[in-house]
Write a protein of this length. Structure first.
Lengths: 433, 458
């Protein structure tokens, strides 16, 4: 790694080497039975140089082949973007706990047992259900060094448990599921099973929906499937820089309901999105994005921040090994003080959305979402009466979150990257047949 | 650079020393380059080289799989895959018999887009970007170009040894228009089997794309509800992929008794006009190949013929478990993943109607074109159009905001009541399944008309 840097420094003004090596072991169950056990080893090095003021970039898995890597970086630097930033010269970083040494001692047999326990609990409730499940453990080592003396390295552990179940009666299908991830290898099967069993209970009866504007409660899973993707695009500093974010020029303005607060946080201990530094050596931080309804900040990497005359928020991530680009870490929506049951009790006729399929396919930049209610329930006179099907819900995040009837006290992690309560919107367009 | 043939020969030797019901290995060497623009400026340009491999072993019904790009301890990788398979296996193994194949299919022409000078690629993209930016009210543009050249060696304990190469180009352009706090975007997706010429003359299409994004700023949103919808070949291709293609993938079906009952061959899904095909043997399409990633020869498979279910897509395991013939549809996106059942080039066969016939007797309907995306839960699916127009009294009328359509596979296919004669294969798609995305596929269809289609809206 040091040799790559030294070789690159001979031909470029500045250089940075980013190296990842990862080991991952997924254990997969299919149709209620253990089916695949895998182990995946990978490593790669990415070289970013600044040559004649321009950025060059190349990646290889052939760590010994330094000349080719440097040559490819030089070739791309000829056309690269003009670098507006300097690599950080830091060598001391915040201590953020993301490695649990217990991960090493988790055996395949224990992982298999965990998956079986989860499936058996769900099957114990609904005999006919067919489940897929996955138990994964992994470790990732990341190192970054640059020509300004900056240096950071850390190791991360990842553990994840997830299940998806399907219940088929004739051509009528029901899909339920839940997953969690953490740096601790201690996720309990019963915590995941509880969510799935609740979904199965609520979906037991069928209910039909009218086509008209109705009040809608998004559960935490529902918030993530419908409302979070447009927000992630809108708060991306790059979108803001290009004027493509509808809220880009509204910093400080009240855009959302004043009870809504959102932050991006990569400092939470043992959260899979946490780390001491982002993928270009900027220390991790907690960044408020919405404070009581007002736009508080956007997320930046080094280059985008420099172009905007601001500081990086430590959100420079290399997705699939590409150049760093502003990417959310963990999104945290502040919980309110209304319980889920209180929200349901408040509605005469309405809808609970647990999963909106295809919502992220529309004009996300404009804030639009529109999707099929893959899992959702009808509310009649303050009670959930059954599952709805053949129903589409459409809306726009900026209208839907401008006036929120209530924010839930039921915040939870969805996957490992968003923590949100339920959100109760007074009226959204519902089309059903 | 590691020599992949040497590694393959070492692996072949090691495989013969281990006992499993079946073992296979893949060695892969790939190069890629990409150029992206966000706005006027180039955002990212880069090149990658990668070498890696995997070993997959079957013991009873259990699979073990190891992937790696360090080649220092190959015997241990094989041993680990076999141990894992032994731990996972419980039931009797079943794998469709195929003859061992020794073959080398390497592109004869110089067809590696990665080695083309970056300057040439950038020059073309600059032209497209200029066209987008010349359009008034355009706020920004997004252009993502990527190409790859990949050489794989497949070997198995049956004695197969297959060398294949594959080039691929994917290009996605989008224009974003804004006015006040309205933001609208229109995109264009293309691809080719490594042939750069296929993406060089899009100037007119790019101009139309940008103009349409601006038009949408003042376009109304449709009212949500049921409509008669006419789909263009691009969107109808996405529709057939989402609405039926995924349900034809036998790994969803083979261990699922209820789904097997529903997907009985002979079941009627559509009118007698409806034929749906998956065909990896068509030369030059992005989903084409000679052998799949289990060394099985590619095939043309009818999924629906005259409205009835007549076939499905298989890996060796799903074919054996369902007592059907393998179809050569096991594909992996790269060496880090085991092959799973995937589509290749999927399309609706053309019929006799014209576009005018399709819209002629529609009083109020929607003409939906182009795509943003699509997804399926098998029973229910959604797919979203990139452009949409009202149809009024048999004629195309005003543009409306892009729409999301949804349906139920068991009723929507039967609601296709007219199929045109203008089949077109779209090369811009990338399919995702089991975390393996984007896999090069193509989708196609003529214009089709669907009655009673549920459309989301205000």
């Amino acid at each position: 790694m040091e040799k790559i840097l030294a070789q690159a420094k001979q031909v470029a003004e500045e250089a940075e080497v980013f190296m990842v090596s990862a080991e991952e072991t997924p254990v997969q169950f299919e149709a209620n039975c253990l089916k695949h056990i895998q182990s995946k080893q990978s490593n790669y090095a990415a070289l970013r140089i600044i040559r004649k003021g321009r950025i060059g970039y190349a990646i290889t898995t052939e760590l010994g082949d330094r000349q080719n890597l440097v040559d490819a970086a030089i070739e791309t630097a000829e056309f690269g973007t003009i670098a507006k930033f300097e690599f950080p010269s830091l060598t001391v970083y915040p201590r953020i706990k993301v490695f649990d040494p217990d991960i090493e001692s988790v055996s395949l047999e224990e992982m298999i047992k965990l998956g079986e326990e989860l499936i058996n609990t769900v099957k114990g409730h609904t005999q006919d259900i067919l489940c897929e499940a996955e138990v994964t453990k992994g470790t990732i080592s990341t190192r970054i060094i640059n020509s300004r003396g900056g240096k950071v390295s850390y190791r991360q552990s990842i553990f994840a448990l997830g299940i998806g179940g399907q219940l088929i009666h004739d051509t009528n299908m029901l899909f339920v599921g839940e997953s969690q991830s953490s740096c601790h290898p201690t996720i309990k099967a019963e915590n995941i099973a509880r969510v799935v069993l609740q979904q199965l209970e609520l979906a037991k009866n069928r209910a039909s929906m009218p086509s008209k504007p109705l009040p809608v409660i998004f559960t935490p899973n529902g918030v993530v499937s419908a409302l979070v993707p447009p927000l992630m695009a809108a708060f991306n500093g790059k979108m803001v820089l290009q004027g493509a974010s509808p809220i880009g020029n509204r910093l400080g303005e009240l855009v959302f309901d004043e009870n809504l607060s959102l932050c991006d946080d990569s400092t939470i201990a043992y959260c899979p999105e946490s780390r001491p530094s982002d993928d270009e050596g900027t220390p991790s931080q907690r960044t408020p994005l919405i404070q009581q309804g007002a736009i508080a900040s956007f997320i930046y990497d080094l280059q985008t921040a420099a172009l905007t005359h601001t500081r990086s928020t430590g959100n420079g991530s290399r997705n699939n090994g590409g150049l760093p680009t502003p990417t959310p870490s963990a999104f945290i929506i502040t919980p309110g003080n209304t319980s889920f049951d209180e929200m349901v009790n408040d509605i005469k006729e309405g809808l609970v959305i647990e999963q909106l399929m295809g919502a992220e396919q529309g004009n996300i930049l404009g804030g639009d979402f529109s999707g099929n209610v893959l899992l959702g329930y009808k509310i009649e006179s303050g009670k959930i009466v059954g599952r709805v099907k053949n129903t589409m819900v459409s809306g726009n995040v900026y209208q839907a979150l401008k006036q929120i009837t209530a924010i839930g006290s039921d915040a939870k992690w969805v996957g490992g990257s968003v923590n949100t309560p339920s959100i109760y919107c007074p009226s959204l367009s519902v089309a059903s047949k | 650079m590691a020599n992949t043939q040497t590694i393959a020969h070492q692996l072949a030797e090691i495989l013969s020393k281990y006992h499993a019901d079946y073992i296979e290995a893949h060695i892969e060497e790939s190069q890629t380059s990409h150029i992206t623009y966000r706005g006027r400026e180039l955002e990212s340009i880069g090149k990658t080289t990668s070498v890696g491999g995997n070993v997959r072993a079957l013991v009873s019904s259990g699979w073990g799989f190891t992937s790696f790009n360090s080649f220092s301890d190959l015997p241990r990788r094989v041993e680990l895959a076999v141990e894992q398979a032994r731990l996972a296996g419980s039931k009797e193994n079943k794998l469709a018999l195929v003859a061992p194949v020794v073959d080398t299919i390497l592109t004869t022409t110089n067809n590696n887009p990665v080695t083309m000078p970056l300057a040439e690629k950038k020059q073309l993209l600059d032209q497209y970007n200029d066209i987008i930016w010349k359009t008034p009210k355009i706020q920004t543009s997004i252009i993502a170009y990527g190409d790859s050249f990949k050489k794989t060696i497949f070997l198995s304990s049956l004695g197969s040894y297959i060398e294949q190469d594959r080039s691929d180009i994917a290009l996605r352009l989008a224009a974003v228009a804004t006015e006040d706090s309205e933001v609208q975007q229109v995109g264009l997706s293309l691809g080719s089997r490594g042939d750069f010429d296929k993406v060089t003359s899009l100037h007119h299409q790019v101009e139309q794309m940008a103009q349409h994004a601006v038009e949408l700023l003042s376009a109304p949103q449709v009212k949500g509800g049921e409509y008669t919808v006419v789909l263009d070949p691009v969107l109808a291709g996405v529709f057939v992929h989402e609405a039926f293609g995924h349900l034809s993938e036998s790994d969803f079906v083979y261990e699922n008794e209820q789904l097997r009952d529903i997907m009985t061959l002979g079941r009627k899904f559509g009118s007698s006009e409806l034929n749906i095909v998956d065909d990896a043997t068509i030369p030059g399409l992005r989903g084409s190949y000679k052998y799949d990633d289990e060394g099985v020869p590619a095939a043309k498979t009818y999924l629906v013929k005259e409205g009835k279910l007549v076939g499905r897509l298989h890996s060796r395991e799903t074919a054996a478990r369902m007592n059907e013939m393998p179809t050569g549809n096991a594909r992996a996106i790269n060496y880090r993943y085991p092959p799973i059942v995937r589509m290749t080039n999927t399309y609706i066969e053309p019929r006799a109607a014209s576009f005018e016939d399709l819209i002629g007797d529609i009083k109020e309907g929607i003409y939906a074109k182009n795509w943003y995306g699509g997804t399926t839960s098998m029973e229910m699916f959604t797919f979203s159009a990139g452009e949409a127009y009202m149809i009024r009294d048999g004629k195309l009328a005003e543009p409306v905001r892009p729409v999301t359509l949804t349906g139920n596979v068991f009723t929507t296919l039967a609601n296709i009541d007219a199929i045109a004669d203008d089949l077109d294969m779209n090369q811009g798609g990338g399919c995702g399944k089991g975390g393996q995305v984007p896999l090069p596929v193509s989708n196609g269809s003529p214009h089709i008309r669907i009655r009673h289609c549920l459309v989301g809206g205000r």
